[in-house]
Design a protein around this ligand. Structure first.
Ligand SMILES: Cc1cc2nc3c(=O)[nH]c(=O)nc-3n(C[C@H](O)[C@H](O)[C@H](O)COP(=O)(O)OP(=O)(O)OC[C@H]3O[C@@H](n4cnc5c(N)ncnc54)[C@H](O)[C@@H]3O)c2cc1C
Ligand code: FES
Length: 354
């Protein structure tokens, strides 16, 4: 069958691939491109929108906690962003549910928040990511989140609920106030239906980091040392939880996902030299931040997706100079190397081919 399709593509549909003709009939009717059609749009929580998508047959599902890249065309330009499906991994109808928080000044999240309607079609990539429930379910599970970080752990909770998971579960979520919590009514219903699920929604003072502590964890889940913990949320929460788990020597039981890059601090004395974006003929003094941000500050618009080193949309060739990987601290002084602009910072003079 694949051979026949290849033959048709090569002989009958030149110069365009078959998908170009099929998508004129229906945008999701493609042979290779993965797409999803929005079927429902809900704006039930303040600041976020929940989209239900009907994917085409290329979609192979996700493991609870993984993310998918979504491509959205805005003013003729396609932008990719990562979103973690909130639906259970074993959903029968194969539909994907995404809950997207409108990010202040964010392009794609605000666009979808304001403009998503049933019938809109988006591009999809296969689900990926190592942050997911293990195949052999742990005996006890703690799901910890803050703000938009609720999405991967909600998928885990729904998956465990569907499976009739018998172990103890603590679902602890921090947000501004009840009306900001997506899927709040369902969370409360799940806690009522499953005697082994404890759902705690906490609202620390606006703009303050959640006051997560050992005492709080001990109060809510005295069995926490025997659980596997899955954590996703803003930097302050991640740090507070990590500190408690480090002190208890439980980091091997803590699994984390961040939606934004937490870069190690840089010594201002190391911020020297000039950055050249030689293809565009633009250069500027090195400011020490990522090459993606320095390019944007110089008026360029390189492609990006995750802004944290996982999607590779921002890959460009470094012609000369030394860069530091902002996640690992590793230096790379070799010429003509592919680098990810979003997690690379210049160390002295650098020339990038964009
Ligand atoms: C694995 C993963 C899973 C995710 N899952 C979800 C999810 O389920 N739900 C969810 O809501 N979000 C999720 N996110 C976050 C999501 O991918 C997007 O980052 C988020 O929606 C913001 O995208 P945006 O286009 O609205 O914002 P962008 O326009 O990309 O802007 C985001 C931020 O980037 C910076 N920025 C953008 N442009 C510039 C510029 N020109 N100069 C300097 N800085 C700039 C700013 O700090 C800005 O506030 C996930 C992220 C990852 C990595
Ligand atoms: S934007 Fe995703 S790797 Fe750089």
């Amino acid at each position: 069958m694949v051979g026949l399709i290849d033959l048709v593509q090569k002989t009958l549909t030149t110069p365009h691939p078959l998908d170009r003709y099929l998508e004129l009939v229906r945008p999701t009717m493609t042979l290779s491109a993965m797409r999803g059609e929005i079927t429902h749009v809900r704006r039930s929580a303040v600041g976020s929108v929940t989209l239900t998508l009907r994917p085409n047959r290329q979609w192979a599902g996700h493991l609870a906690g993984q993310y998918v890249q979504v491509g959205v065309v805005i003013n003729g330009v396609r932008h990719n962003r990562c979103y973690s499906p909130v639906n259970a991994q074993n959903r029968r109808d194969r539909h994907i549910e995404l809950t997207i928080k409108a990010h202040p000044e964010g392009l794609v999240s605000n666009y979808l928040h304001e403009n998503a309607i049933p019938g809109m079609v988006v591009d999809l990539a296969p689900a990926t990511g190592v942050f997911h429930l293990p195949e052999v379910r742990p005996e006890r599970v703690i799901l910890l989140s803050g703000g938009s970080g609720i999405t991967p752990v909600l998928s885990m909770l729904r998956t465990l609920a569907n499976e009739g998971y018998p172990g103890e579960v603590l679902f602890l979520h921090y947000n501004r106030s009840p009306e900001w919590v997506p899927h709040r009514a369902e969370l409360e219903a799940l806690a009522m239906q499953h005697g082994n699920f404890r759902v705690e929604l906490l609202y620390p003072e606006l703009q303050q980091d959640p006051n997560f502590s050992y005492d709080e964890l001990e109060r809510l889940a005295p069995w926490f040392a025997t659980a596997q913990t899955f954590l996703c949320g803003p930097g302050g929460l991640m740090k507070a939880v990590r500190t408690v788990y480090e002190a208890e020597q439980l980091t091997d039981r803590l699994h984390m996902e961040e939606f934004t890059l937490t870069a190690a601090p840089v010594d201002p004395a190391d911020v020297t030299g000039e950055v050249s974006f030689s293809t565009s003929g633009v250069s500027a003094a090195n400011t020490g931040v990522s090459l993606l941000e320095q390019a944007e500050s110089a008026g360029l618009t390189p492609e990006y997706g995750c802004r944290m080193g996982i999607c590779f949309s921002c890959t460009a060739v470094k012609r000369t100079g030394c860069t530091r990987n902002m996640r690992t601290g590793e230096l790379d002084a070799d010429p003509d190397q592919d680098i990810q602009l979003c997690i690379s910072a210049p160390v002295g003079d650098v020339d990038i081919a964009i």
